[in-house]
Write a protein that binds this ligand. Structure first.
Ligand SMILES: Cc1cc2nc3c(=O)[nH]c(=O)nc-3n(C[C@H](O)[C@H](O)[C@H](O)COP(=O)(O)OP(=O)(O)OC[C@H]3O[C@@H](n4cnc5c(N)ncnc54)[C@H](O)[C@@H]3O)c2cc1C
Length: 471
């Protein structure tokens, strides 16, 4: 980038709206897992949508590539510039106001840089629920959530980020602002343009604002951990619980014994949720609107029947909010515990739920064949058919030797997921990590459509180039 462009970009941003000091830029240049480290001449920190538009217009005119960044919690390297160092980073963290909330319309309109937990809190203050929920919610931003079409723990009942979005405001690659912030549940007026930008990982435009759906706030929450003898039994249990509660199950999270074992070993203050050990556990959450219609009795009856039928071996229903939080901590600290145990090779695969047991069985056999002694640490959103099929290194081999098997292990697991009608990226996106891997699984027609769309909207290829689709 030449000095003139750099000066123009700085001039477009209000005081303090940019960083070019290498030490202060460093946190913007490394991803969560430390897999990617990039370089940049400038981090832009716009405070208004007009500033975003001005920055993008200069980038368009000067053919300067840019990487939009939200909370930088993404797991596929999408928010990190390449090592070449010619892309600016456009961080939306200062664009973080709640613009409007309509209890009557059950909607909230926010800046894209709003942190997810702040949106949840704003909804709660208005006696409403914004149901998107994931372990990174204290730092990820709604613009990032929409751009990765994030999933999380409540997809089963409320859907993923795409399903929760009513309208968007987007700065297009030429700097124009498209105002699609409609709070409508019905609007059949041509192509649903807003959906193009969801899951696009910043390759088609910069999301600057969003109108989101709100829901009645459940106040009677039942949280339980259930030991199940098999995945098939767990799926059967889910069907029973949905029937018994009228479809109120919001979370149905799977944990393998090994995953729980790592948490108990590495995370202080955790303890076994049920008395008898089992190969598999599910963490269940069911939200009713009030105590009069609470799910507790139905859950207790269903659990008793499930244990009698051999679908569960033990269950513990949280008796307090603090116990419920303890149960969730077990699930949410699995990645942290896995890191402390050593290196891991990760997968974010999904299959139709009826194929889930086959995915785990065939996947485990393939991984052990590839790396004898490897330890599958399986958890995920079973209610959505989504497994975080993560593999912990065998203790006796060096981490580097294990990680050298990353591509080979990925290939085996991804092939199996694909063969079962599934996907190699359920909720994390493609970013840089899976950009080339996806070519093996998506048809030429589908990839050509994606490339043509990218070229049409971003002919100069300045929006997060080299992510999702390679030109
Ligand atoms: C502990 C932990 C748990 C997680 N759990 C889950 C989970 O359960 N489910 C799940 O789906 N993900 C999960 N993730 C992944 C991550 O949190 C999500 O992908 C999240 O949605 C990313 O949001 P972000 O603001 O951090 O985006 P970033 O990481 O900053 O960016 C992600 C991508 O979106 C683009 N982008 C960001 N903001 C914008 C914008 N305003 N306009 C256009 N493009 C933009 C970036 O260029 C990048 O390609 C988890 C991550 C961690 C660290």
């Amino acid at each position: 980038m030449n000095d003139t462009t750099r000066d123009r970009l700085k001039a477009a941003l209000a005081d303090g709206g940019w960083i070019d000091d290498p030490d202060r830029m460093a946190p913007y240049l490394v991803d969560q897992r430390g897999l990617f480290e990039g370089r940049t001449p400038l981090v832009a920190l716009p405070r208004t949508v007009d500033e975003v538009a001005a920055v993008v217009a200069i980038c368009h005119e000067t053919a300067t590539p840019l990487v939009t960044q939200g909370g930088n919690t993404g797991l596929v390297g999408g928010s990190i510039p390449f090592e070449a160092g010619d892309e600016i980073v456009l961080s939306l963290s200062k664009l973080n106001r709640v613009r409007a909330l309509s209890p009557a319309n059950n909607s909230i309109t926010v800046d894209a840089g709003c942190v997810l937990a702040d949106i949840q809190a704003a909804a709660r203050a208005a006696n409403r629920l914004f149901p998107l929920s994931l372990a990174a919610e204290g730092s990820c931003q709604i613009g990032g959530n929409l751009s990765t079409n994030a999933g999380g723990t409540n997809v089963l009942r409320y859907g993923n980020a795409r399903d929760l979005m009513l309208g968007l405001e987007v700065v297009l690659p030429d700097g124009q602002i498209w105002d699609g912030l409609r709070g409508l549940r019905k609007d059949n007026t041509g192509y649903a343009l807003k959906h193009l930008f969801v899951g696009a990982e910043g390759t088609l435009g910069v999301i600057t604002g969003a109108t989101l759906k709100l829901f009645p706030l459940p106040t009677d929450i039942t949280t339980a951990v259930v030991a199940v003898p098999s995945i098939t039994a767990a799926i059967d249990l889910l069907a029973r619980l949905q029937s018994a509660t009228g479809g109120q199950v919001s979370a149905f999270e799977l944990m393998s014994r090994f995953a729980l074992h790592l948490v108990l070993r590495h995370v202080p203050g955790t303890r076994d949720p049920v008395q008898s050990a089992s190969d598999w556990y599910v963490l269940i959450e069911i939200g009713a609107l009030d105590a009069a219609h609470g799910a507790g009795p139905a859950v207790e009856r269903t659990m008793a029947a499930a244990i009698a039928a051999g679908l569960a071996t033990d269950a513990s229903i949280a008796q307090s909010e603090s116990q419920a939080r303890d149960f969730w901590r077990l699930r949410e600290t699995i990645p942290e515990a896995q890191t402390r145990e050593g290196a891991s090779i990760k997968h974010d695969v999904a299959v139709p739920i009826h194929a889930f047991a086959a995915l785990i069985e065939r996947g485990t056999a393939a991984v052990l064949d590839e790396v004898p002694g490897a330890r599958p640490c399986i958890f995920g959103h079973l209610g959505d058919g989504n497994a975080h099929f993560n593999i912990t290194q065998p203790p006796e081999i060096p981490a580097a030797d294990f990680l050298a098997r990353w591509d080979a292990v990925n290939r085996r697991v991804h092939d199996i997921a694909h063969d079962l009608g599934g996907t190699i990226s359920a909720e994390h996106g493609l970013g840089r990590l899976k950009r080339d891997e996806i070519l093996r699984y998506k048809s030429t027609i589908e990839m050509d459509l994606m490339r043509n769309l990218k070229r049409t909207l971003d002919p100069k290829n300045i929006m997060n180039p080299g992510k999702v689709v390679a030109d």
